[in-house]
Ligand binder design. Structure first.
Ligand code: DC
Length: 216
């Protein structure tokens, strides 16, 4: 059984997807971490993220591995590095590159052949797993998402203002929604979940209820 959870940054989808996978006892795939890992490889190669051919070459050469659900690049655990502001800033540019998407979609589908999976991203229900049994599009207002992201960043010691975080979120949304290849959008058959006024626990319960109710 494949369950897809797509949606914009700060919607709570990663946490919800991880908790849902735990509750159902199935594997969890964070596809944003894969795009972030290619973005990190681009930074390390010191090439421009705006040079499509160079980015495609880096993506083709990068040795990506998922070990126990943790991204590794060239044998090294990059879980912390891919959350840096530098990686976040270029991830949506790198993710618009069709060669990057082609490589990562193949890897994601490979994971999908290994058994039940909760997978989260932007295109999981539309492009990668169109036949998924359950599809959710988890979203929230830009204000709610910016507040959450800002809180997380401040807890990590960041001094970015709420306004800056909101501007960056909007820029990322715009790039993810308007790119030519696999733009972020709900699948026609996805259930839209607006988390603006919900806690993570409430969202998880709602999703568990839908999945267990309809699967039985
Ligand atoms: O969910 P995230 O913030 O970790 O995602 C990082 C970037 O990768 C984001 O800008 C959108 C992109 N992405 C994508 O294009 N397709 C996916 N399936 C997952 C993420």
């Amino acid at each position: 059984m494949i369950i897809t959870i797509d949606g914009p940054a700060g919607s709570g989808k990663s946490t919800v997807a991880r908790l849902l996978a735990e509750r159902l006892g199935v594997r969890f795939l964070d596809t944003g971490a894969m795009y972030r890992t290619i973005a990190l490889a681009v930074l390390q190669a010191k090439i421009s993220e705006c040079d499509p051919a160079a980015v495609a070459a880096v993506a083709a050469d990068a040795k990506l591995e998922l070990r126990d659900g943790v991204m590794h690049l060239d044998g090294l655990n990059v879980a912390a590095k891919i959350r840096s502001p530098e990686v976040t800033a270029i991830s949506s540019i790198v993710a618009a590159n069709p060669a990057v998407r082609e490589r990562l979609v193949e890897l994601q589908r490979e994971v999908g052949t290994m058994g039940s999976l909760v997978t989260e991203g932007r295109d999981q229900g539309t492009v990668v797993f169109p036949a998924a049994k359950f599809k959710f599009f988890v979203t929230a207002t830009v204000d709610a998402r910016a507040r959450r992201r800002h809180r997380e960043l401040v807890a990590k010691g960041s001094t970015l203002t709420l306004d800056t975080v909101k501007t960056q979120l909007r820029q990322r949304d715009e790039r993810d929604e308007n790119r030519e290849h696999a733009p972020m959008k709900p699948a026609d058959d996805a259930t839209i979940v607006d988390t603006s006024a919900m806690s993570i626990a409430q969202v998880v319960e709602a999703l568990v209820a839908t999945v267990t109710h309809e699967a039985n």
